[in-house]
Write a protein that binds this ligand. Structure first.
Ligand code: ADP
Ligand code: GLC
Length: 509
């Protein structure tokens, strides 16, 4: 199939969270399966483009509602030799220091920025004269693409193109003034409760849910959860209405980039049968973080966006109780909301050698954290999929996580009588639950070393590659195509070979 992915962020070019990892890996998995895959994403001014990128000569025109705007496309082929990425440059929209502006004063501008990207994804197909069978979009920033497809493009060359929309995080829905429709060139009659309207504003996520042929989210458990008021962020009724087209597909991870046997960002390679490298990584990580270098003490780690979603405010309150009562170390890497940054920074220095927080984004340190840590703590309020538990397990850093969303689908609870499992799950988000679950992990570390070793082996043996999920997306693309067109997708067949005699007969009669 011809597949176009549209995304606001993509590893290794721009990254805020896991969406970027998914968009960095899924297209490659699909190309490997034989599909023709292209990705379009913004070229933010902070992105350094190396010599593998080249600018396209022709000026790219984006046909918005009131005006035509211009862009420049940079193109490169990924290292798989197949997947093509296009980065869209435009100073008005993408000359910004970060992917998302969490600034209220700039909020409406963010709407225009991503409405621009969404329309550009459509015009891109005409620009290249390449008509995809599927356009696959990710989160609210690309939500208007499917709305364009089902309205403005219903009688153009894109009329047969089906859309698949993936929800990575329902909390952010892209809610803006209704002027966004006129800006985008979308009909105002879409501004209704069973369309794009929500409390008098345009809701990009809601529009995408209505207008896409298939809606996916990043784990089966989260697909169920978002149909309830607790996790639906006000869209539970819309999602229930769309339930037969809503599918959960758990994310994979890039197993080449995240592999303790080949990772160049850790001091020494290791595997589940040769764990010496893990101890070396632990010592290096402890030293880098300013913790006491001690191979015997259990090291609990956190790497996360510091957002309310992640439940780290509760963890922060549990940390003093844990450090006062248990012989453990804690290392936190993260950036995000100022109160959380401040809270963790304030704990620095209170437990010298035993607690350390690095406030910032640091990819190399992330690899060292996964390799050096014994446990990775993920107390999320909600977690659509979560990738850090999978990276953790792959490096033998066992997750201690709240039983929610994709964490349930990817972590197997430790069974103390059989040593089965890959981590420690708890149900309720409160200081006691965190404290006692960390206590449970701590006693496993000190008192049941054989179980700890077994859990690490179990975790490191788990297959989190994209292979399985890639096959599921392929099936979903077929369903979406059929839903749009009323007939199944058929691969164009090569012309049947004919003999020269038969060919001549056909021509001469
Ligand atoms: P989310 O997408 O909600 O942030 P995920 O678990 O899906 O959560 O993905 C988070 C990704 O971001 C992981 O790859 C994690 O290692 C990475 N990450 C989070 N914070 C940082 C940081 N401060 N520095 C480096 N990587 C980080
Ligand atoms: C979102 C979710 C996270 C998920 C990621 C990739 O940021 O918060 O749970 O893993 O997207 O799908």
């Amino acid at each position: 199939m011809k597949i176009l992915m549209v995304a606001p962020e993509m590893v290794p070019f721009s990254k805020v969270g896991g969406l970027a990892d998914v968009v960095g890996a899924l297209p490659i998995a699909l190309s490997k399966m034989g599909h023709d895959v292209k990705v379009i994403c913004p070229r933010y001014s902070f992105m350094k483009l190396d010599s593998k990128w080249s600018p396209m000569e022709k000026v790219f025109q984006i046909y918005l509602g009131r005006e035509v705007q211009f862009g420049r496309l940079w193109q490169r082929t990924l290292d798989d030799g197949k997947t093509e990425v296009y980065a869209l440059e435009n100073d008005t929209h993408f000359d910004i220091p970060t992917v998302y502006t969490h600034d209220y004063a700039l909020h409406e501008q963010e709407g225009y920025r991503f409405a621009f990207l969404s329309r550009a994804a459509i015009d891109f197909c005409f620009f290249l004269d390449w008509i995809p069978d599927i356009i696959h979009c990710h989160d609210w920033t690309t939500g208007l693409v499917s709305v364009h497809l089902s309205t403005r493009e219903s009688e153009t060359a894109l009329a047969k193109t089906a859309s698949v929309f993936t929800i990575h995080n329902l909390q952010f829905q892209g809610v803006f003034s209704s002027d966004l429709l006129a800006f985008s060139g979308l009909p105002m009659n879409l501004f209704k409760a069973d369309g794009l309207e929500s409390y008098g504003r345009v809701n990009s996520m809601k529009g995408a849910i209505y207008h896409s042929q298939k809606v996916t989210t990043v784990s089966e458990n989260y697909a169920r959860e978002i149909q309830t008021p607790e996790f639906g962020f006000g869209l539970q009724a819309t999602l229930k209405y769309k339930a037969s087209d809503l599918i959960g597909v758990v994310n994979g991870i890039d197993i080449d980039m995240w592999d303790p046997q080949t990772d160049k960002k850790i001091p020494q390679a290791y595997s589940s049968t040769q764990m010496a490298g893990k101890a070396i990584a632990k010592a290096e990580f402890q030293a880098k973080m300013g913790l006491e270098v001690d191979p015997e003490i259990p090291l609990f780690t956190v790497i996360s966006r510091l957002f309310h979603q992640k439940g780290l405010d509760v963890l922060m309150h549990a940390v003093p109780k844990i450090l006062d009562n248990m012989e453990v170390q804690f290392a936190v890497i993260g950036t995000g909301e100022p109160e959380l940054e401040r809270g963790f920074a304030d704990l620095n220095g209170k437990y010298p050698g035993r607690f350390s927080a690095f406030i910032g984004y640091h990819d190399e340190l992330a690899h060292l954290l996964y390799a050096g840590g014994d446990f990775i703590v993920i107390p999320s309020r909600f977690e659509p999929c979560g990738l850090s538990q999978m990276y953790g397990m792959r490096y033998g850093n066992l997750p201690i996580a709240r039983a929610t969303g994709g964490l349930v689908d990817t972590i197997d609870q430790y069974n103390e009588s059989t040593a089965e499992g890959t981590g420690f799950l708890f149900d309720h988000l409160n200081v006691d639950a965190i404290y006692y679950t960390i206590g449970w992990a701590c006693s496993t570390y000190y008192d049941r070393k054989d179980h700890l070793v077994q859990l690490q082996k179990n975790a490191m043996a788990r297959d989190f590659s994209w292979d399985k999920s890639g096959i599921r997306y392929e099936a979903i693309y077929h369903w979406a195509y059929e839903a749009k067109n009323g007939y199944v997708y058929e691969q164009p067949k090569p012309a049947a070979p004919v003999s020269t005699k038969a060919a001549l007969k056909k021509v001469r009669g």
